[in-house]
Design a protein around this ligand. Structure first.
Ligand code: HAM
Length: 439
């Protein structure tokens, strides 16, 4: 017998889960569109070269789903969207009105060990801005968007925190303080990125394996544990420290005071980030995990021959977002929205009339579920009730003769006769009563 389970780390979306997903995504879409972003999409398959150029070594070497197509090309099921977005922006770079503000909600595949918040297939809201006249403004706009997304679900500053950093500060640490060669930077940055997520001895083993001595590990500790001192020690020699401070001041002054803070441990795993980076953390005690993140990646378009195109954005996963909404009780599980159930007396000659009524109501924009068999009336009411459809239209021979139907409000039990000519209006006013009683 075949298994009915989906592939490990992926999910089936039965209608209730799909309803939830649609609700969550429609909230995200409307928030992002408030910021003037436009939706786009790309193929789920890309050639492997797209990811070899500049991405995360961990993803390419251990997490991508890859195969040869029938033409012997090495293909990848997309593990992230950023390389595809960059490819598409580069493809029309000259024609696109700048700044480009694009978003997408692709499904992505990574061969991970499934655990809480991490699956093999997830959906990820991506929001990116390319070619802003002043990248600093774009960084700030991205911060506002990230915060607004969660606030629009009802979240407040007690529930999450945006932790920001700048890759150039980390590069400064590597180059001027640790004085390590450039090809060590990315591996060391990845270990620092893991520091908060793994036990100290595992972290130490990784740092030593990456070639760092005791003095260098101590310097990293000082940077991570006392950033204020690190800033004041180095501000004069590197302007990026002042830039970071400006960003924090501008964030504070534009209403993000309670949401944003500096955190030296924020690194972000991808090699393409070049400046401002951030992660949003859930503040639930015991579930202090990263919800989503992103940053500035000004050189990715160079792979496609486009020079000097600044870019900033983030990716927000559906799995971590759902956990966050559930743990903070922010889910408003939407009911299946069927406005009326059309109950028909068990007589085949009534079917064409019933279908005509359903067609007219659907044309008027109503969602109508019609009984699909010759069931007794009581059973039909029961079906409407079980499906939580609050309004039932009843059609029998008598009603056809009178050019009317019966309308039953399942919530308060009232029933009355309605002429077909007044049906839409009557449904409308009955629904208003149902909404009023609900709220
Ligand atoms: P990322 O940090 O790899 O960044 O993923 C962004 C978010 O996607 C994560 O914070 C998490 O919410 C979700 N996510 C990632 N992997 C998984 C997984 N295996 N299971 C469930 N959720 C997951 C990127 O992918 C960047 N390309 C984002 C970006 C866009 N940067 C700039 N623009």
């Amino acid at each position: 017998m075949l298994s009915v389970k989906p592939y490990r780390g992926s999910r089936d979306f039965y209608p209730p889960e799909m309803r939830f997903r649609k609700w969550m995504f429609s909230r995200l879409r409307s928030s992002v569109e408030q910021f003037g972003f436009e939706e786009m999409d790309a193929p789920i398959l890309e050639p492997i070269d797209l990811y070899l150029a500049k991405t995360s070594e961990e993803i390419v070497s251990t997490q991508i789903y890859t195969f040869k197509d029938r033409g012997d090309r090495q293909m990848v099921i997309r593990p992230e969207m950023t390389p595809s977005v960059a490819r598409m922006v580069a493809g029309k770079f000259r024609d696109l009105k700048k700044p480009v503000r694009w978003y997408s909600i692709p499904n992505l595949w990574r061969y991970e060990r499934p655990s809480k918040g991490r699956l093999r297939e997830h959906w990820q809201l991506n929001c990116d801005i390319f070619g802003a006249p002043d990248p600093f403004w774009a960084d700030l706009e991205i911060l506002h968007l990230a915060v607004t997304l969660l606030k629009n679900f009802g979240a407040d500053h007690t529930m999450f925190r945006v932790k920001v950093n700048d890759r150039r500060i980390i590069n400064y640490l590597f180059e001027n303080v640790l004085q390590i060669q450039a090809d060590w930077w990315a591996p060391v940055a990845r270990i620092m990125d893991k520091k908060e997520k793994i036990p100290r001895d595992e972290y130490m083993t990784m740092m030593i394996a990456a070639g760092l001595g005791d003095a260098q590990i101590a310097a990293v500790d000082l940077y991570l544990e006392n950033p204020a001192r690190f800033f004041s020690d180095h501000k004069v020699s590197a302007p990026v420290f002042a830039e970071m401070e400006n960003l924090l001041v501008a964030a504070t002054e534009s209403g993000l005071r309670d949401f944003v803070e500096y955190d030296p441990s924020v690194v972000r795993g991808f090699d393409y980030y070049t400046g401002f980076v951030f992660e949003i953390f859930d503040l639930t005690p015991g579930n202090n995990r990263s919800l989503f993140g992103g940053g500035r990646y000004d050189h990715l378009l160079e792979n496609f021959g486009i020079q000097s195109a600044n870019a900033v954005g983030f990716g927000m996963g559906d799995v971590t977002l759902q956990d966050f909404l559930e743990s903070h009780k922010l889910v408003q599980n939407p009911d299946k929205l069927v406005h009326v159930y059309l109950a028909v007396f068990p007589d085949p000659s009534l079917l064409p009339h019933a279908l005509n009524i359903a067609t007219d109501l659907r044309k008027a924009g109503l969602n109508v579920e019609i009984n699909l068999g010759q069931k007794k009336m009581g059973k039909q009411f029961q079906e409407a009730d079980e499906k939580n459809i609050p309004l039932v239209i009843i059609l029998g021979e008598e009603e056809i003769k009178n050019n009317s139907v019966q309308m039953k409000n399942m919530k308060n039990g009232t029933q009355n006769q309605v002429l077909l000519g007044n049906l839409q209006e009557s449904i409308q006013s009955e629904w208003e009563k149902i909404y009023a009683a609900k709220n």
